[in-house]
Design a protein around this ligand. Structure first.
Ligand SMILES: *[C@@H]1O[C@H](CO)[C@@H](O)[C@H](O)[C@H]1NC(C)=O
Ligand SMILES: *[C@@H]1O[C@H](CO)[C@@H](O)[C@H](O)[C@H]1NC(C)=O
Ligand SMILES: *[C@@H]1O[C@H](CO)[C@@H](O)[C@H](O)[C@H]1NC(C)=O
Ligand SMILES: *[C@@H]1O[C@H](CO)[C@@H](O)[C@H](O)[C@H]1NC(C)=O
Length: 582
């Protein structure tokens, strides 16, 4: 069984690398030839998973690019910020904490503009707070006129465009690009984890740690400390903590009130070394003041605009034993925060991490393993349209607190005698079709979708956080484990994921557009036609195919529908509707 899983895993990697190799849409990207960014990305491969929204990419066109660290710019009202150009001509503004402006104290305040050096403007929208630094971010568009000429200069955040772009703030450096950036960091007790885009290829070549160093730069004195990098895989780099006494601080960072920027330096033989542009900062590790008991089982997911689905997903999974939810929010602009607040008030335990970086789902999952390490033992990685259930629960009248469904599943797997303990439990997915629904079923997805494809497809995993390999390597929803642990793929009789993948057209359309646009610049383009993420037979256009509501329906499967009906019956009677219906 184990062999099967690991070879499947290997196959995914091979598949991805091959499709990468055979694609002729862009120049090859190798470790010795680091191409720096342009917004012009071409998608050429992806790895199948229960559902995945990710791809590899090659860079089509280079721009002449000078490596530098970022100097932030300030307008007359005192809002200093750094800008990063995201895909689809979106600009992310990260407000510097030293901004003195009263404007930034009313953070989520509206009425901000992005004002560009040529006096073009676009409305700026509050986005969220970055996880490690708690810096405020805004997003705005790059005006059409500004897209025509390189370099793209950064805007300032302003209340008004009346006075024009302040002469003193004229930027001399172009905007940062999301494709080449140190974007987040996380300090553990023993080391520092740095997330960097644009160095290692996604499923391919990783730069050897010996060619890298972490650089810590005190922004006020420019004192710099370098430490060795211990692992370099995907977008995750680990290095040693700096000796803070060299910055003139106490060993534990006492008195540390200056910001220490963190980046990676690349030294390759025969080439001049360079430092990655960075918006990441270092913070020393601090011991939690109070040791809280760990939750046995948590769930983590990355979401965008899923407010409508979240309540059902949280209530259901709580009932089967998930104690805490860690939600990575990719800048949702629906009611997500409101729903989460309500659920927390009702006693559910949901934490959110703002995760805005494009195409960083694996990195986000790696981040979650660090973030949740102190509070969770096992972590389940699942999407919001996926529901885990065990066929043996079908006869259970009501899960009780002492019969924590999923937990017993984990315990059961542990009992099987094998010298190598299980570090990851993988569960196969059944893919449900529109089941005759024409709109989002108000009673919830578990009630509305009851017809599925016959064959199961892909799997999702519950992973023991202590078992994860130091590199944090993962292909979405599946981690590399330390040597001594193994992965157990359970049979469909033991547990299954109901994946409500092909929902009513009105829902699917939204997902489809977003998903396809994750691969190609123009999502109607016919690239990547064999991707498992495309709906079979759907083609490249978000036009409702004839008979959509009857598609992907080979087996009627209402096991979860009946189960949840029974479990949530009381709530149903109380309000003549499911407990999660809003
Ligand atoms: C982050 O910043 C916001 C606004 O400045 C503040 O309300 C919030 O308490 C901060 N959170 C943390 C964890 O410091
Ligand atoms: C921007 O507007 C200001 C004030 O109207 C004007 O002085 C300045 O020349 C303008 N700059 C550009 C590049 O047009
Ligand atoms: C630190 O370096 C920056 C960028 O090179 C420079 O603008 C600044 O003046 C330097 N600060 C000090 C204190 O040397
Ligand atoms: C977040 O959303 C943006 C915009 O749709 C997308 O480009 C990006 O890939 C998403 N990020 C992740 C981690 O899914």
């Amino acid at each position: 069984m184990l062999r099967k899983v690991s070879s499947a895993f290997l196959f995914l990697f091979l598949f991805a690398s091959l499709s990468l190799y055979f694609s002729s849409s862009g120049p090859a990207y190798t470790s010795t030839e680091i191409r720096l960014p342009s917004a012009n990305l071409i998608a050429i491969s992806n790895i199948p998973e229960c559902s995945s929204s990710y791809s590899s990419f090659a860079i089509k066109e280079d721009v002449n690019y000078h490596t530098r660290l970022v100097a932030s710019i300030q307008d007359s009202s005192g809002v200093k910020s750094v800008s990063v150009l995201l895909p689809d001509w979106e600009v992310l503004l990260i407000v510097s904490p030293e901004s003195t402006s009263p404007l930034t104290t009313s953070l989520s305040g509206n009425g901000f503009l992005c004002l560009y050096p040529n006096n073009e403007t676009s409305p700026a929208r509050f986005s969220g707070f970055l996880p490690s630094t708690n810096q405020t971010t805004f997003k705005c568009g790059l005006p059409k006129r500004n897209r025509r000429r390189l370099p793209f200069f950064p805007p300032i955040l302003s209340r008004s465009a009346e006075k024009g772009f302040p002469v003193l703030s004229r930027p001399s450096e172009p905007m940062l690009r999301w494709t080449s950036l140190a974007y987040e960091s996380f300090s553990t007790e023993n080391d520092v984890v740095l997330f960097v885009k644009g160095l290692n290829h996604r499923q391919g070549i990783n730069l050897p740690p010996e060619e890298l160093a972490c650089v810590f730069i005190d922004e006020t004195s420019n004192n710099t400390v370098r430490t060795a990098v211990t692992t370099s895989i995907q977008e995750v780099f680990r290095c040693q903590h700096p000796d803070l006494t060299s910055f003139g601080y106490g060993r534990e960072g006492n008195g540390l009130n200056k910001r220490i920027k963190l980046s990676l330096e690349i030294h390759q033989q025969g080439k001049s070394s360079f430092t990655m542009p960075s918006v990441a900062y270092y913070s020393p590790w601090r011991k939690l003041e109070t040791e809280r008991p760990k939750s046995l089982l948590c769930a983590s997911t990355m979401v965008f605009d899923v407010a409508k689905f979240l309540r059902e997903w949280v209530m259901y999974h709580s009932k089967i034993g998930v104690e805490k939810f860690v939600i990575y929010d990719n800048d949702s602009d629906d009611d997500l925060m409101k729903v989460i607040k309500e659920l927390n008030q009702e006693g559910y335990n949901i934490e959110t991490v703002f995760w805005i970086w494009p195409k960083t789902q694996e990195a986000g999952f790696s981040h979650a393993t660090l973030y949740a390490k102190d509070s969770c033992t096992w972590m389940m990685y699942l999407d919001v349209d996926e529901f885990v259930f065990a066929p043996s629960w079908v006869n259970s009248l009501q899960p009780s607190a002492d019969d924590p469904m999923l937990k017993s599943l984990l315990q059961k797997t542990q009992r099987w005698s094998n010298p190598r303990p299980i570090g990851q439990v993988s569960i196969r997915c059944n893919e449900f079709g529109p089941s005759n629904q024409k709109t989002h079923p108000l009673e919830g997805v578990t009630q509305g979708y009851t017809c599925r494809r016959k064959e199961d497809n892909r799997h999702k995993s519950i992973v023991l956080l202590d078992a994860i390999d130091h590199s944090l390597l993962n292909a979405i929803h599946h981690f590399k484990l330390k040597e001594k642990y193994r992965t157990k793929l359970v049979s469909l009789e033991v547990a299954v994921v109901n994946h409500y993948k092909y929902q009513a057209w009105s829902e699917f359309k939204v997902k489809f557009r977003r998903r396809v646009s994750a691969y190609v610049v123009d999502w109607t383009q016919g690239l990547n036609p064999l991707s498992k993420d495309r709906a079979p037979g759907l083609g490249f256009e978000a036009v409702e195919p004839a008979g959509w509501e009857h598609k992907f329906c080979e087996v009627r499967d209402d096991r979860l529908k009946l189960l949840t009906q029974r479990w949530f019956e009381k709530e149903t009677m109380a309000g003549s509707r499911k407990a999660w219906k809003i």
